[in-house]
Design a protein around this ligand. Structure first.
Ligand SMILES: [Zn+2]
Length: 167
């Protein structure tokens, strides 16, 4: 293998499982949070910016227009649950649990278990101050879609599934 092929192999992390990009187009473990962008189930023009903080599990969910999510009053909404599910597909449950500091007894934790353990601590709402930043990171990632085709490694492309996408 050439040098770039080798470096591409180490730098681009394949997702553990194929992800549903249509439902959760962006997910990352960054800034001490699990955060990402979740499509609205009903309105094709609306997305939600959702996040869960490591350690405290303080959560936030709002639309791209900064309106609070009606489902996230006092508990995890469906967007946050979807985000945890997709993070587990992308990174594997163990890595997500480690990043968020979730203690699970199960040898093979799944997204449901992680969500239940976090929800059981009755986490607080975190406010939406991070949403704009998360959304701009998503848009920056989208900009890579407009790059001319190239065989050189682009590390940010790693959020695309390495196997067939599940629509
Ligand atoms: Zn929500």
């Amino acid at each position: 293998m050439s040098v770039w092929e080798k470096s591409s192999t180490v730098r681009v992390v394949p997702s553990a499982r194929p992800r549903k990009l249509a439902k959760v187009p962006f997910v990352e473990l960054a800034d001490g949070r699990l955060q990402g962008v979740v499509s609205s189930g009903s309105d094709i023009g609306r997305v939600y910016v959702s996040s869960v903080e490591a350690g405290t599990y303080a959560f936030a969910c709002s639309t791209n227009n900064n309106r609070p999510c009606g489902g996230a009053r006092g508990m995890f909404c469906n967007h946050i649950r979807a985000l945890v599910g997709e993070a587990v597909l992308q990174y594997g449950a163990e890595r997500v649990a480690r990043y968020l500091k979730v203690e699970v007894d199960a040898a093979e934790p799944d997204a449901q278990t992680l969500t239940d353990v976090m929800a059981a601590t009755r986490p607080a709402a975190a406010g939406s101050s991070a949403a704009a930043r998360v959304f701009s990171r998503f848009l920056r990632q989208l900009a890579y879609l407009e790059l001319a085709p190239s065989t050189a490694p682009v590390p940010e492309m790693q959020w695309f599934p390495t196997t067939r996408a599940v629509a």
